[in-house]
Design a protein around this ligand. Structure first.
Ligand code: 13P
Ligand code: SF4
Length: 308
């Protein structure tokens, strides 16, 4: 069976839209109606008139799409496609934490569960985090969760007083500073660009720090440069498509397994076959209990409003 042809046929037949994150395998990115970062994908999910949203990403992304579209069918090719950051913030412990600091505004990175969003005042992504934090009055203390690395980066840029949750992304913490320095010695003319989920010592080496779409735009804006790219390696597919003549090298991970780069095994759980199956069977579907959905919607809508 020609999976690509069948997915396209089913998509038309069922009025479905395929949204894919930059960390998805190349064949999924290539068949998607839209490939983007977390903010762009939630914006697309908010405005789509499709009946079915196939979310080629991880669970919290599909859940955000469902929160925005309770009457639509939202499917995720593999329900086990989770996220270490989302897992690092259990709702009960987080609720206790927020209750211990009732004067703090609660800002949560979108990489968290619906339950955590329901406990938040406003959500952010890596592309709008600085703007969202700066929208809070200067004298108001902030709780920022769950990513401590992004939190530290925001503090360094804004000087804000923020209490950080102790969560992190296994993919961005896998980068080896020693190997990165050695690689940069081998490629001294390459500029290092990094995602803010990376640790401070990695960010300190970077000529540019930003979201996945920010990194792609930076590469496009500097056609004469070469780059070492410190984020999940799936991004290289779109980056190289956009800039076929630019030299791109993935930043090295502490332990080399399948490749010398860092890959998100959650993102890579989705395959073309699973995407076809979930579109055909309209399963597995994402469901969010209505009382949680209603509370989680508000902080997401605040973010979308501030990101216009
Ligand atoms: P962005 O694409 O929003 O930069 O997020 C990266 C990420 O880790 C998604 O899980
Ligand atoms: Fe979560 Fe990190 Fe994978 Fe993104 S790359 S989905 S933050 S584990």
């Amino acid at each position: 069976m020609d999976l690509v042809k069948e997915i396209k046929r089913l998509k038309e037949e069922k009025n479905a839209v395929i949204l894919a994150h930059y960390y998805q395998v190349p064949e999924i990115q290539d068949i998607a109606d839209y490939v983007g970062d977390s903010l762009q994908l939630s914006q697309k999910a908010a405005e789509t008139d499709a009946d079915i949203i196939v979310f080629a990403g991880v669970h919290f992304m599909a859940e955000t799409a469902k929160i925005l579209n309770p009457t639509k069918t939202v499917v995720l090719p593999d329900l086990k496609a989770g996220c270490s950051l989302a897992d690092s913030c259990p709702p009960e412990a987080f609720e206790k934490f927020t209750k211990a600091h009732p004067d703090h505004v609660v800002i949560t990175y979108v990489n968290c569960s619906a339950e955590i969003k329901a406990l938040s005042d406003i959500v952010c992504t890596s592309s709008n985090a600085l703007k969202i934090v700066n929208s809070v009055p200067k004298d108001t203390p902030i709780i920022f969760a769950p990513d401590k690395n992004l939190g530290k980066y925001i503090i360094s840029q804004t000087g804000r007083d923020m209490l950080l949750w102790d969560g992190s992304c296994i993919v961005h913490e896998a980068f080896s500073i020693d190997k990165l320095i050695a690689l940069h010695k081998k490629y001294p003319d390459h500029k290092i660009i990094a995602h803010p989920e990376s640790e401070t010592h990695i960010l300190d080496t970077a000529a540019y720090i930003g979201s996945t779409s920010g990194m792609i735009n930076f590469v496009k804006e500097h056609p004469q440069e070469k780059f070492i790219v410190a984020t999940e390696a799936g991004i290289l597919h779109k980056m190289q498509q956009e800039m076929p003549n630019t030299e791109l090298v993935p930043a090295p991970a502490k332990e080399d397994n399948t490749c010398a780069c860092s890959e998100c095994h959650f993102m890579k759980m989705n395959t073309l076959q699973k995407l076809y199956d979930c579109l055909l069977n309209e399963s597995p579907q994402i469901e969010v209990p209505e009382h949680i959905r209603k509370r989680a919607l508000l902080p997401i809508e605040r973010m979308l409003e501030l990101s216009k």
